[in-house]
Design a binder for this molecule. Structure first.
Ligand code: SF4
Length: 333
């Protein structure tokens, strides 16, 4: 099954990255997410290369990502009981938000808190580890024509300039006609180009490097950029790339997950193709909820197929996170 739209293509690029990262430098432990970035710039696919040992310590902070307020608390929580205003750096916004974040962090078991008179004190349970090695941004464009190439060249040029990521790539399809070399030449030289061959299904060999990227990481980064990168990495950690089920309708009786080699893609039996995230919503004219009987008597997975698919995708995300830790234990790197 090969989707002919960008959403399905993006899912395949994510799965390829999960299986094969790094495409030219050999295996590196990494987690993959999609549609992440900053307010000004959203990347299609994001690869977070991790330090496996530190990543194992990050796992101890739970499965959910930490937002910027929680990161502020968790990264600076002191080893001994301290009034939170003495312990944490001035946030640059009102302290009452920090106090709320202290309560939230304690509620999630990320730190400890106690009240001393009218003061809230906190202390860390464990240090927050330095688990992010590199951040890689990939722009996906299966059908690269002149106007798409011009737009992408601008976006990738912006990425190179801001150096929020350490490496940037364009992924484009090599299926059918060869990618026009003149279009690739218009890309910034620092951006890598990955040509994909997904028609036969997804595996580690489903893409090849047409142009090698340069490392665009600056010698040093200011604290604000470091925090922005960490926020992106935390969102990638919590979200992964399989969270499409959260916005699509796996509870529709036409929703299926179908194999594409070593990947699973959403499939609509009503449309007889891989549906887009946008069209697979409650406003879809063909939406039909699972019959209630599907959800009873444990058919065939408890809670009905929609719940079953959601659980399956969540388990796969979990397994991929575990695998990055296992890579360390197995001495794979
Ligand atoms: S019929 Fe509509 S809502 Fe149902 S799976 Fe297909 S696209 Fe999604």
């Amino acid at each position: 099954m090969y989707p002919d739209h960008e959403f399905g293509y993006e899912l395949l690029v994510c799965r390829y990255a999960e299986l094969a990262w790094h495409p030219s430098e050999g295996r590196r432990p990494a987690i993959v997410a999609r549609q992440l970035g900053t307010r000004d710039r959203r990347w299609d696919t994001v690869v977070i290369e991790v330090d496996p040992e530190a990543f194992a310590l990050r796992r101890a902070f739970g499965d959910r990502g930490l937002d910027s307020d929680l990161l502020h608390v968790v990264r600076h929580a002191p080893p001994e009981w301290t009034w939170y205003r003495d312990a944490l750096p001035d946030p640059g916004y009102p302290w009452r938000y920090v106090r709320q974040a202290v309560h939230r962090a304690a509620g999630r078991g990320l730190i400890e808190k106690r009240r001393r008179g009218n003061r809230i004190e906190c202390r860390r349970l464990r240090p927050y580890p330095d688990w992010v090695r590199r951040i890689v941004a990939i722009e996906n464009k299966p059908d690269l024509d002149r106007s798409a190439a011009d737009a992408l060249a601008d976006q990738l040029g912006h990425d190179v300039e801001t150096a929020l990521a350490d490496e940037v790539w364009l992924a484009t399809s090599a299926t059918g006609e060869r990618v026009e070399p003149a279009l690739l030449r218009s890309m910034p030289v620092e951006a890598g180009v990955l040509t994909t061959e997904f028609a036969g299904g997804i595996d580690e060999d489903a893409a090849s490097v047409a142009w090698h990227p340069s490392d665009i990481a600056p010698a040093t980064r200011d604290p604000e950029t470091i925090t922005r990168r960490l926020v992106i990495a935390e969102r990638a950690y919590g979200k992964g790339w399989r969270s499409f089920h959260e916005t699509m309708r796996p509870d529709c009786h036409a929703f299926e997950l179908r194999r594409a080699g070593r990947g699973l893609l959403p499939y609509c039996t009503a449309k007889k193709r891989c549906q887009t995230a946008r069209e697979c919503s409650g406003s879809c004219p063909e939406f039909a909820p699972e019959p209630p009987t599907w959800r009873t008597r444990g058919w065939p997975i408890e809670g009905g197929p929609g719940k079953g698919m959601t659980a399956l995708l969540a388990r796969r995300r979990e397994r991929m996170r575990d695998r990055q830790v296992d890579a360390q234990a197995a001495g794979e790197r």
